[in-house]
Write a protein that binds this ligand. Structure first.
Ligand code: NGQ
Length: 457
C-alpha cells in the first residue's frame, strides 16, 4: 500500500483540499481522507484530477496525420481520405503497427489520457492473408499498451462488407476482413492473453452497420454476452451523410433509428461518430444508456458534421471523447472543440453548460471521464474508493492555470491557452509520466522516426 497527499483533488464527491489517497498493490484506491495532514505520504505536486479515458483510437492513423491535407481534383471528402488511408496501410507491417502505437500511447499519456479503447481492424498481412497467428497485429497493440503503461480496452473489429446489404469488400479493405468464426478465434486468443491483467481487457466491435450484416451483428452481440455481462460493444454509427442515405436506401431507416429498432442497446454500447442524428433519434439514443463516442478533432478533420448534443444530453445521454485518427492528441482540446462546434453552430456561448453560473469545463470533464470509463468497462473515470488510481497531477506552473482553483482549473485547462497542462500521470497505481517525461520516449521516438522515414521515403 502506498499513500499520496494531494494539495487538492477532484473526488467523486467534488473538489477537496489536502487529500490523502491509499492505493493498494493492485493499483486500486482503498481509502480517501480529505482535509488531512501529509505526514509520511508521497507529496503530489499539483491539483489531482481523474485521468481521461480515450474511448476511440485507430492508432495506425497517427502515422497519417498531416499526410492528407492537399487539395484533390474532385473536391476532397471523407471518402477520398479513406482511399488515401487504404493506400497508407499497404505499407504497414506488424513492427510498424507496434512502433506507431507505442509512440502514440506515450504522447497520449503525456497529454492526460490514461486509458485507450483501441478500435482495431488491421488484422491481416498486406496481401489480405491472415498472419500465422491471426491475432498477431492485435497482440502488437497489447504489447504497445503494456510497454508504455497506458490502460487499454482492445476492441478487435469485425469487418466483412463494403456497404449495407452485404456488399462484397473492396480490395482496399482486404486486411480487415473476417468471418464470425475467425473473428471469434481472434477474440478468444486475446481474452486468454489479457486474463488477470490489471489494466487490459477485450471488447467487441462490429465496425459499422455498413460493414456487417444484421445476422453478423447479432452474432457479435452474442459473442460479447458469452465473454461476460459487462463486455463493451463499440461501433461506428452515422459518421457521414452518404452513410445515412445508403442506410435509408437499404432499410428505409437512418442508422440510429435502425440500430435502436433492431438491437437491444444498453450501457455496454459505445456508438462512435453518431454525428448524423436527428433530434428524435438523439433523444431516444440519450435514453438508451449507451455512451456516444465523440471525436471532435477527427470529425472536424474529416468534415463529418456536428453531433446533436443538446437534445442528447437533455435526454440524459452519456458522452466520452476519442482521439480517433490522432490529428490531435489532447483531451482538453477535444472538449474545447466539442463545445466550440456547438457555439459555431448556434451562435451562442456556453451551450453545453449545466446551469447558470456552473462551470462548463468542470461539467464536461466529469461527464466525459465517467462516460469514457463506461465505454472502457474499466473501474476509472473518477477518484473514489474501489476505483483504480488513474490520475493526473496538473501543472500549476503553466501560466494558463496560475492561481486557478477547483473547477476554475478545468475551465482554464480546457478553454485557456495552456502549453503543458499535465505534470505527472499515474495508471493503476504506477507512475508512467513524471515531470512531463515518459521513460521510453527517446527509444520510442527513434523507432517511430525510422518507420516514418520508410513510409515517407
Ligand atoms: C475508421 N474512421 O474506421 O477508421 C473510419 C473510417 C470507415 C472514421 N470514421 C473508415 N473517423 O468508416 O469506413
Amino acid at each position: 500500500m502506498t499513500r499520496y497527499h494531494a494539495p487538492s483533488a477532484l473526488l467523486a464527491t467534488g473538489w477537496s483540499e489536502n487529500v490523502v489517497f491509499d492505493v493498494d498493490d493492485a493499483g486500486l484506491i482503498t481509502a480517501i481522507t480529505p482535509r488531512t495532514a501529509a505526514d509520511d505520504a508521497e507529496a503530489l505536486n499539483g491539483p489531482v484530477v481523474p485521468g481521461m479515458p480515450c474511448l476511440h483510437s485507430t492508432s495506425f492513423q497517427r502515422g497519417m496525420a498531416g499526410l492528407t491535407e492537399k487539395g484533390g481534383p474532385q473536391g476532397d471528402s471523407f471518402w477520398s481520405w479513406r482511399k488515401l488511408m487504404y493506400r497508407f496501410i499497404e505499407q504497414l507491417r506488424p513492427d510498424d503497427i507496434e512502433d506507431i502505437a507505442t509512440q502514440l500511447y506515450i504522447e497520449m499519456l503525456r497529454a492526460g489520457y490514461t486509458s485507450v479503447a483501441e478500435f482495431h481492424y488491421l488484422h491481416h498481412d498486406v496481401s489480405g492473408a491472415p498472419y500465422a497467428n491471426r491475432a498477431e497485429t492485435s497482440e502488437r497493440l497489447l504489447a504497445a499498451a503494456s510497454s508504455t503503461g497506458i490502460a487499454q480496452t482492445l476492441l478487435p473489429v469485425l469487418y466483412a462488407h463494403d456497404n449495407f446489404g452485404g456488399t462484397p469488400p473492396t480490395s482496399g479493405q482486404r486486411r480487415f476482413i473476417n468471418n464470425v468464426a475467425d473473428y471469434s478465434g481472434i477474440v478468444e486468443t486475446l481474452v486468454a492473453a489479457t486474463r488477470g491483467s490489471r489494466a487490459q481487457r477485450i471488447g467487441i466491435a462490429p465496425h459499422s452497420l455498413r460493414a456487417v450484416t444484421p445476422q453478423m451483428l447479432n452474432e457479435a452481440v452474442a459473442l460479447a454476452a458469452k465473454l461476460g455481462p459487462d463486455t463493451p460493444i463499440h461501433l461506428n454509427l452515422s459518421a457521414q451523410l452518404k452513410e445515412v442515405n445508403d442506410c435509408l436506401a437499404w432499410s428505409g431507416q437512418r442508422p440510429v433509428a435502425w440500430l435502436l429498432d433492431h438491437v437491444a442497446v444498453d450501457g455496454r454500447w459505445c456508438v462512435v461518430h453518431a454525428t448524423h442524428t436527428e433530434i428524435v433519434e438523439a433523444e431516444r439514443l440519450g435514453r438508451s444508456g449507451v455512451v456516444a463516442g465523440l471525436c471532435p478533432t477527427s470529425e472536424g478533420d474529416l468534415g463529418d458534421g456536428f453531433f446533436n448534443a443538446v437534445p442528447y444530453l437533455r435526454a440524459g445521454g452519456r458522452i466520452g471523447v476519442g482521439a480517433d485518427s490522432h490529428v490531435c492528441v489532447d483531451p482538453f482540446l477535444e472538449l474545447k472543440l466539442f463545445e466550440y462546434g456547438q457555439r459555431l453552430r448556434f451562435e451562442r456561448r456556453n451551450v453545453l453548460a449545466k446551469g447558470i453560473g456552473e462551470s462548463l469545463g468542470g461539467h464536461l470533464y466529469r461527464i466525459t471521464a465517467a462516460g469514457g470509463a463506461q465505454a472502457m468497462a474499466q473501474p476509472v473515470g473518477s477518484l473514489a474508493v474501489g476505483l483504480r488510481a488513474d490520475w493526473l497531477v496538473l501543472n500549476h506552473d503553466d501560466p494558463a492555470l496560475a492561481e486557478q482553483r477547483a473547477d476554475g482549473l478545468l475551465d482554464a485547462a480546457i478553454f485557456g491557452p495552456a502549453r503543458q497542462l499535465v505534470r505527472d500521470v499515474m495508471v493503476a497505481g504506477r507512475w508512467v509520466v513524471r515531470d512531463g517525461q515518459h521513460p521510453a520516449a527517446t527509444v520510442s521516438f527513434a523507432r517511430y522516426r525510422s518507420v516514418m522515414k520508410r513510409l515517407l521515403g
